[in-house]
Design a binder for this molecule. Structure first.
Ligand SMILES: *Cc1c(COP(=O)(O)O)cnc(C)c1O
Ligand SMILES: [Zn+2]
Length: 371
């Protein structure tokens, strides 16, 4: 099976090592032929997501660039007033967030292609994850960050040896600077939001749940959602299970956004089939999901509708309260992750098994502040 990127909007095909980060028409790439879910090929001795190596599309001859990510534990969690749910501990990953699921697959491909310069424009968990995996395979990495960005995540990126380029102005300026650099230097723009290889790592979240729930799937899953790659990757994984005849349907996929930055919520509620960018977002403590324009809006809206999902918003106060409630049970996560738990409130009463991923550790501390 030859790895090919395809634009779902116009049908154009691209070689996967293309330096384009999206189709000329603006569409977000998908992978043309994806391997099916095949339970017989699971490597039971491998306690990382690479136990699904046979189901992860990579270029011929590529080796996994792994830091031991995936196959995270599932534990019961009591959420007032909703009741018992299952928490999947995604913060137990090399860089402290679920982003490692996608990054391990993407960087495995980059190493195989001999990419010698990787460019990104995040100052959060995506940058930390990318910098770590690129360090693992010794690919020089350049991260464009808003000049105001600071805090543990930026320190973490620097510690991995990535080059940090501060860019004055709002967040979007860092994105523009990164894209200019890609055009000028022929570097690879390793976008967490847009690269479809990341989704092939994230889909293993669904495979793992199926194994951990003894061959069944939960009733629903609640995600803190910014670009929506966690939700969409999981959707792909569950669709694979349905196609393989191993599950009747896909769980209800519920997205939670901060009230202060909720473009998906507004699009969903108005019945739109694309997400309109909301104006400059207001500051939120859920910094990991402060995204004004998700990269795969159409797909995201469709996934939520097709699974009978919902989009909920939460206030800053609700997020902080959930963060404390989790810590009181021994789970210290960042506010972004607590947002999903706060969102459960809006679902009460629930029936059946509901899962919430705890997406990142709280140990990285307070978010970096924009002016
Ligand atoms: C990136 C991130 C998310 C959201 O992921 P998307 O794919 O952008 O929806 C959620 N939680 C944390 C901690 C993150 O870093
Ligand atoms: Zn296109």
């Amino acid at each position: 099976m030859r790895l090919t990127f395809r634009c779902p909007q116009c049908g154009r095909r691209y070689p996967p090592e293309t330096r384009a980060w999206q189709c000329e028409c603006g569409g977000a790439f998908q992978i043309e032929e994806r391997p099916p879910f095949s339970p017989d090929t699971i490597d039971q001795r491998d306690n990382t997501l690479w136990r699904y190596r046979q189901m992860i599309p990579l270029p011929e001859g590529a080796d996994p660039a792994s830091l031991g990510e995936g196959f995270t534990p599932v534990i019961p969690l009591e959420v007032e007033p909703v009741g018992a749910v299952l928490a999947k501990l995604e913060f137990l990953s090399a860089t402290g967030s679920y982003k490692d699921r996608g990054t391990t697959v993407l960087v495995s491909a980059l190493a195989n292609w001999g990419i010698d310069r990787v460019i990104e424009d995040s100052s959060g968990n995506a940058a930390a994850s990318l910098a770590a995996y690129c360090a693992r395979v010794r690919i020089p990495t350049r991260i464009f960050v808003p000049a105001y960005a600071s805090g543990m995540k930026v320190s973490q990126v620097r510690a991995y040896g990535a080059e940090l380029i501060p860019v004055d102005g709002p967040r979007e300026k860092a994105t523009e600077a990164a894209m200019d650099e890609v055009r000028r230097s022929h570097g690879y723009y390793a976008s967490h939001a847009l690269n479809p290889l990341g989704l092939e790592g994230i889909k293993t979240f669904a495979y793992e749940l199926w194994e951990q729930l003894d061959g069944s799937v939960p009733k629903g899953i609640v995600f803190p959602t910014g670009h929506g790659t966690f939700l969409l990757g999981t959707y792909l994984g569950f669709q694979d299970l349905v196609k393989a005849g191993l599950s009747h349907d896909v769980p209800r996929l519920v997205a939670v956004q901060p009230e202060r930055c909720a473009p998906l919520y507004h699009a969903h509620r108005s019945g739109a089939d694309e997400i309109a960018a909301v104006g400059p977002s207001r500051e939120t403590i859920a910094e990991g999901i402060r995204v004004t324009r998700p990269g795969r809006g159409r797909e995201l809206l469709r996934a939520i509708r097709d699974t009978g999902g919902q989009v909920l918003t939460v206030t800053e106060e609700q997020i902080l309260r959930s963060q404390s409630a989790l810590a009181e049970q021994g789970l210290y996560v960042e506010p972004t992750s607590a947002a999903a738990v706060a969102g459960l409130d809006g679902l009460a009463p629930i029936d059946g098994t509901w899962v919430v991923p705890l997406t990142a550790t709280g140990l990285k501390g307070a978010p970096s502040r924009s002016p």
